[in-house]
Write a protein that binds this ligand. Structure first.
Ligand SMILES: [Zn+2]
Length: 88
């Protein structure tokens, strides 16, 4: 998968995990197996973004300040949707 796709996946996991965590916390008024699973999903999304959301060329971390719709690295201008440069 390309970098920009990983960004969508990881931010989706973060958002869904955070939302579900809030909902389960509200409904169950505390920690439960479900809310822990939601927190784990959210943390996995954050970890995934930290590992996968890097420019394939200059290896800079693409933080939340870089819009998800960005197709080019804001630092070096390399395309984020291509996979060929991902492996060196
Ligand atoms: Zn770059």
């Amino acid at each position: 998968m390309s970098c920009s796709k990983w960004r969508w996946v990881s931010s989706g996991m973060e958002t869904v995990g955070a939302l579900l965590l809030l909902i389960t916390f509200f409904v169950q008024r505390g920690w439960s197996l479900v809310s822990i699973a939601c927190a784990a999903l959210m943390l996995a999304g954050i970890a995934l973004s930290a590992v996968k959301c890097r420019c394939p060329v200059c290896r800079r971390y693409l933080s939340g300040r870089v819009p998800l719709s960005a197709t080019r690295c804001p630092f070096c201008g390399a395309s984020l949707s291509e996979e060929k440069a991902a492996h060196k």
